[in-house]
Design a protein around this ligand. Structure first.
Ligand code: CO
Length: 434
């Protein structure tokens, strides 16, 4: 088994096997140490089913000079690139795969939302790292994947098959708003001429709404016979030069990273949903309400451990140690009411609260004097602090005082004498957290 660094090294030399392995690793959730430097033109190709996306990609890929590297990613399950569909297509795909400059990969459309997923973005990063000149991204042309594709594609090519005027009207809302290049596909018959005219009229109308920034190109192409494809490639290359010069290619990386984060979160969410069986059992047996069970999936359920507090003599010194360990640490906050200086150390869905006394007469100073530095209290976040206090009183425990303003919300404490020596803080965060 080759290690990641060796695979990356090979991928850099356009080793298709290494690229394939890296993409598989990404699909399995491995985070790859890739720094993307922009060099690929990512071209999203979208359009309704049957608009001829795969045929057009096939024809473009064949026409691109063999010294340029071409990657084709498809997330359309009906695409012949995924191995389904017509025999004739499959033979043509094999012809492409046999060319050393062309890499083809179909991505599973797993995921709760359909369309792009985290692994698609990872694959684009890998291919750009590997030095692809063109990355064609074939999408289903519906719903969410269209919205997503805007964040990863530098150029969006919308394929429109010969349609009636009414059908074009119906396309308007979704596809008509995102295209940089509109292509009337299958332009080898009469119907395409009127489609082209309708499309031009539509684009003119949209321009008035969207303003001068949006200057899409409308072309006629026949993927099957190759008509118009040279012109399309010229337009694509011209656009790439423009994007490079204007710096838009680099700034597009921000959108890609944000989408990567969002899609990765969906991935985690889905894993959580798959682990739901235990919770389902608890709901079935009546141990948890459906709402509590659902909230528990996301650690939203309360009470939850909000933080563990540690009394320290020198808070700057303590904060630096946690920082050195790689944790995110807040700026110090002074909480006069509690007589402390506070620093929060953030851990997943809980925190460590560092406390330094503000003066020798404060409770935390007395705590350190008596017992030395160490764990001072445990804090639970509750939904409604007043309701919880009623529960505490009902159980015969003692509250140290009325709820007051703490470092991050309204707080009070349960006296350690009434709770086995544990000083238990109750926190109700302000609406920010709800
Ligand atoms: Co606290």
């Amino acid at each position: 088994m080759m290690n990641i660094n060796e695979l990356l090294e090979r991928a850099r030399n356009w080793d298709k096997l290494a690229i394939a392995k890296l993409i598989t690793m990404a699909e399995e959730g491995v985070e790859l140490p890739i720094q993307v430097v922009r060099r690929s033109h990512v071209i999203g190709i979208t359009g309704p089913p049957g608009s001829g996306k795969s045929t057009l990609i096939y024809t473009m890929a064949r026409k691109i000079p063999q010294d340029r590297k071409v990657a084709i990613l498809t997330i359309d399950p009906s695409s012949p690139f995924t191995g389904g569909s017509f025999m004739g297509n499959r033979i043509r795909m094999q012809e492409l795969t046999s060319r050393s400059n062309i890499y083809i990969r179909s991505m599973a459309t797993r995921g709760i939302r359909g369309g792009l997923n985290y692994a698609t973005i990872a694959a684009i990063n890998i291919l750009e790292y590997a030095g692809a000149d063109y990355i064609f991204l074939e999408t289903v042309g519906a719903g969410q994947s269209d919205t997503d594709v805007k964040y990863v594609a530098d150029t969006i090519l919308v394929l429109v098959p010969p349609l009636s005027g009414d059908e074009i009207q119906a396309l308007k809302s979704g596809l008509m708003e995102i295209g940089d290049i509109y292509v009337v596909s299958k332009s080898d018959n009469q119907a395409s001429e009127s489609t082209y005219r309708d499309l031009m009229a539509m684009v003119d109308m949209m321009k008035e709404i969207k303003g001068d920034e949006w200057r899409p190109v409308v072309l006629k192409v026949s993927g099957l016979y190759g008509y118009g494809v040279d012109e399309l490639l010229r337009v694509i290359d011209g656009r790439f030069m423009e994007l490079m010069k204007s710096g838009k290619l680099d700034s597009a990386l921000v959108g890609r990273r944000v989408l990567e984060m969002r899609l990765y979160a969906y991935d985690l969410l889905e894993k959580g949903l798959n682990e739901m069986k235990d919770l389902e059992r608890d709901v079935a047996s009546g141990k948890l309400s459906p709402q509590d069970a659902a909230r528990r999936l996301f650690s939203f359920s309360k009470p939850r451990l909000d933080h563990v507090a540690v009394a320290v003599k020198n808070i700057d010194d303590a904060a630096r140690k946690f920082k050195d360990l790689g944790f995110r640490v807040s700026d110090p906050i002074i909480v006069e009411e509690q007589g402390v200086k506070v620093v929060m150390v953030y851990l997943g869905n809980t925190k460590i609260e560092l406390l330094e006394p503000l003066g020798p007469e404060t409770t935390v100073a007395k705590f350190i004097e008596k017992r030395g530095e160490g764990i001072h209290h445990i804090a639970l976040e509750v939904g409604n602090i007043n309701e919880f206090i009623e529960k505490v009183k009902g159980a015969g425990l003692t509250i140290t005082g009325e709820p007051s303003r703490g470092a991050e919300g309204i707080v009070t404490f349960i006296h350690p004498k009434s709770l086995n020596g544990v000083l238990l803080e109750l926190v109700q965060h302000l609406s920010l957290n709800e």
